[in-house]
Design a protein around this ligand. Structure first.
Ligand code: GLU
Length: 473
């Protein structure tokens, strides 16, 4: 049997990173099995619909390389189909009209809560006669169609991630299938479409676990075979609370804007809920490798911690592997003030090792193109004093003056020259390199003095060392 999965987002705003993870898992599983990965836009809840949200989701999937097969299916274009199926259940006596007013339902709910009962429809409208139903319909009294849930069934399924789960049908509400505005509920549309799209595996978030008995009852009412289910765990904060907007970023776009790379984000989302295989400690996976190695059974059910430190680390690995030209392009939007292409490329090259995310490139780099302003005390190395710092800067300047322009063309050459000179004269490394670095950057932490001097060039380097001496006088 061909494996067919789907991603079924509701276009209610931004795409949550958890949603991207769901899409990724469905994609990986389908590709691994040479099956199909379909996209369905669940847009029947008109009150929560955000215009354009579907287009954004589609763009993100494409940008991340999660290519879906076929055109996206929009539920809002399929209303007649859901109504047809709901009528079928009505005719077969498996569903019924309900005309209860919202006031009555609310009162009932309050009473049930007061009596510590789970809120559930009391099946009052099941007693309506055919004549009464027809009269109500004729008088256009607003009504819904509900599933007639049998009272004494045990509903069981084998969840791929969670094992066997069972529910008693007496605990399941006579859920609404078609609302009074003629739109289907999520449950009906979801089941009808999974059936019509021949979905064989549903991989979705844990939050849908409690809907599954309802879905299985609808499958049973239609006499259809249900797909296999895998309910993956939620994304958690490191304190194991649910990852939520209140505590930080949750939308995919936020992470992209912060300078996380798509490859790194996918890699991260794939592995955080993954129980470590003893055989391998591999953490970096390309999308192709993920397709090969992904294993639904290896997903743990206890929650996937969205560990930002790990994401930063992974992202840094991807940045270091990236060809310089590509990285320069990605960094450019964060450094609009640097118009000189050569300077930009040099700065990016120097920072590449240290970047965790692309946006970090804009931190502490002003000194590359602007003379730094700093407290002269900073020039004094901790094992030294003011006079010594000044003396060392003078020696350094003399030495650098003796180096020709071409020695500044490569970091390695410059570094070798300076280190050889320090050794030959038995200077302490910190005595020379600390004031040099501060003179050039004005910072306590920065790239190495050789790298900065390489970016600045001979003339500017000498000028800053000269200025540093003046500051110390
Ligand atoms: N529309 C639901 C969502 O937004 C789909 C749940 C499911 O995959 O069945 O997540």
């Amino acid at each position: 049997m061909k494996i067919i999965t789907r991603f079924a987002p509701s276009p209610t705003g931004y795409l949550h990173v958890g949603g991207l993870r769901t899409a990724l898992y469905n994609f990986l599983f389908a590709r691994q099995n040479r099956g199909k990965f379909l996209l369905r836009i669940e847009d029947t809840d008109r009150s929560r619909l955000v215009l354009g949200a579907d287009k954004k989701i589609i763009k993100i999937l494409k940008d991340f390389g999660l290519k879906f097969d076929n055109k996206p299916v929009y539920q809002s274009k399929r209303l007649k189909i859901y109504q047809k199926y709901a009528r079928r259940l009505l005719e077969e006596g498996k569903a019924y009209y309900c005309f209860c007013t919202p006031q009555r339902l609310e009162k009932m709910r309050q009473e049930q809560m007061k009596n510590k009962q789970a809120p559930k429809y009391d099946k009052a409208c099941l007693k309506l006669t055919q004549q009464e139903i027809e009269n109500n319909l004729k008088r256009k009294i607003p009504g819904v169609i509900r599933l007639k849930v049998p009272g004494n069934k045990t509903i069981k399924w084998q969840d791929i991630i969670r094992g066997e789960i069972s529910f008693e049908s007496k605990d399941v509400d006579d859920q609404v299938l078609i609302k009074s505005d003629g739109f289907p509920t999520y449950h009906l549309a979801n089941v009808v479409d999974d059936h019509e799209m021949a979905i064989t595996y549903v991989i979705r978030g844990e939050e849908w676990l409690s809907s599954t008995p309802k879905h299985l009852l609808i499958y049973e009412a239609f006499g259809w075979q249900a797909p296999k289910y895998a309910h993956q765990s939620l994304l958690l904060n490191p304190d194991r609370s649910k990852l939520s907007k209140r505590q930080g970023d949750v939308s995919v776009e936020d992470y992209l804007a912060k300078g996380y790379l798509k490859e790194a984000l996918l890699n991260f989302l794939a592995i955080i809920g993954w129980t470590e295989s003893k055989a391998s400690s591999q953490e970096i996976y390309s999308l192709q490798e993920l397709i090969e190695k992904f294993d639904l059974k290896r997903l743990n059910k206890s929650g996937a911690v969205f560990d930002l430190e790990k994401l930063d680390w992974l992202n840094g690995c991807y940045i270091r592997q990236m060809p310089l030209a590509k990285l320069v392009k990605l960094c450019q939007p964060y450094l609009p003030q640097i118009k000189d292409k050569k300077l930009l490329a040099k700065i990016v090259k120097v920072e590449q090792e240290r970047l965790k995310k692309i946006s970090d490139i804009s931190q502490d780099i002003d000194f590359f193109y602007k003379e730094p302003d700093y407290n002269p005390e900073l020039l004094i190395w901790k094992k030294s004093n003011r006079d010594a710092a000044l003396e060392n800067l003078v020696k350094l300047e003399d030495f650098l003056l003796s180096l020709p322009e071409k020695d500044f063309a490569e970091v390695e050459i410059l570094e070798k020259n300076i280190i050889d000179w320090i050794k030959k004269n038995n200077y302490r490394v910190g005595d020379m390199l600390w004031p040099m670095r501060v003179a050039l950057s004005g910072l306590q932490n920065s790239p190495s003095p050789f790298e900065i001097a390489w970016v600045l060039g001979r003339e500017e380097t000498l000028e800053r060392i000269d200025k540093a001496q003046k500051k110390l006088k």
